[in-house]
Design a protein around this ligand. Structure first.
Ligand SMILES: C[S@@+](CC[C@H](N)C(=O)[O-])C[C@H]1O[C@@H](n2cnc3c(N)ncnc32)[C@H](O)[C@@H]1O
Length: 311
């Protein structure tokens, strides 16, 4: 154990900027002045554990090809925000299973491949597992009607996702009978049933890594919820461009409720489904509604309380 105490490790302005730019470029994580102390605390822990003595040595270690890659994975585990739970933003998932999936299956050529759904930034797996549970309960057959792929940059959360063992906090939005049907309780934890678990394919993927993204095929639906909210505008554009490239025409992009594509891209149209708003990549030659216009109308409808409806 190093004798170096946290008081000895103060992140200078120049060091803060170095790490901030590095993490933004490598994985999109953005640290403003308000999260500087948090960054300092987490990095200081790694510097002490590795007995490196200074933030600068740690920075150079992260930039090295071989040792740096391992350490980068470890520090990303510390820096990412992985909050998630089953049935999060339920309306949107109901729209996916009740409206998007039937539409895509209707359009599929007879005997065509299953509808591919990618949960990008899946954290510990609650989101992709929820999709499988809901689609199965609606009568769809995994492997025949749909397939779920899930990825995240953090090794720690992916390990948890593959284990499929959850604490009660993950079930804050789950109906008890659904929990009992798909999980087995053991010592206060809940293990997901194999019937659901085996239908999600997990992999480690950095959404900013072009070499790995190039290996991915095209998808019918991409969910990237509560992930780009942590990225700056340039990084958002970069990731959304990748999604636009990876989506089939007529495919859907589902973002978190606090996220939108305003100022990011006009490559998608905003669709008003019965249960939620979603983005769609238009079919070739299809007339596209202006996403700005549609988003503005949606906002007016929500805030318009004088009873005159849409203006
Ligand atoms: C707040 S969680 C969202 C989980 C889930 N989508 C939901 O809405 O409940 C955000 C996840 O995005 C992942 N993430 C952040 N940056 C990433 C990147 N560059 N590539 C892939 N995943 C990333 C984090 O590791 C984290 O698990």
């Amino acid at each position: 154990m190093s004798l170096l105490q946290s008081a000895d490790l103060i992140l200078t302005d120049a060091e803060f900027r170095m790490f901030r730019d590095f993490f933004r470029d490598v994985c999109g994580l953005s640290f403003g002045e308000d999260s500087r102390f948090l960054l300092e605390k987490r990095l200081a822990r790694r510097v002490r554990e590795l007995e490196l003595g200074s933030f600068r040595s740690y920075y150079y270690m992260l930039r090295r090809d071989e040792s740096g890659e391992q350490e980068l994975a470890a520090v990303i585990d510390e820096l990412t925000t992985n909050e998630t739970y089953f049935f999060r933003e339920r309306n949107q998932l109901e729209a996916l299973v009740g409206e998007v999936l039937p539409e895509l299956l209707d359009r599929r050529v007879r005997g065509g491949p299953p509808i591919s759904i990618w949960s990008a930034g899946c954290s510990s797996g609650e989101e992709p597992y929820t999709i499988v549970m809901m689609a199965m309960e609606a009568g769809y057959v995994p492997g025949r009607d749909f397939r779920v792929y899930a990825s995240d940059i953090s090794r720690r959360v992916l390990h948890k996702a593959r284990q499929g063992i959850y604490r009660p906090a993950s079930f804050r939005e789950t109906e008890p009978h659904v929990q009992r049907r798909h999980f087995n309780e053991k010592d206060g934890h809940w293990q997901i049933s194999d019937d659901v678990k085996r239908h999600v394919m997990f992999s480690r993927l950095n959404l900013l890594d072009p070499s790995r993204l190039g290996l991915l095929g095209t998808m019918d639906v991409i969910l990237c919820r509560n992930v780009i909210i942590y990225f700056d505008i340039e990084t958002k554009r970069q990731v959304i461009d990748v999604f636009s490239e990876k989506l089939q025409s007529g495919g859907y992009l589902l973002l978190g409720h606090a996220e939108s594509l305003i100022n990011v891209t006009s490559a998608f149209e905003l669709r008003h489904l019965k249960r939620d708003l979603v983005y769609r990549k238009p079919l070739p030659g299809e007339e596209r509604t202006d996403p700005w216009h549609a988003a503005a109308r949606a906002a007016i409808r929500v805030t318009d309380t004088d009873g005159r409806g849409e203006r």
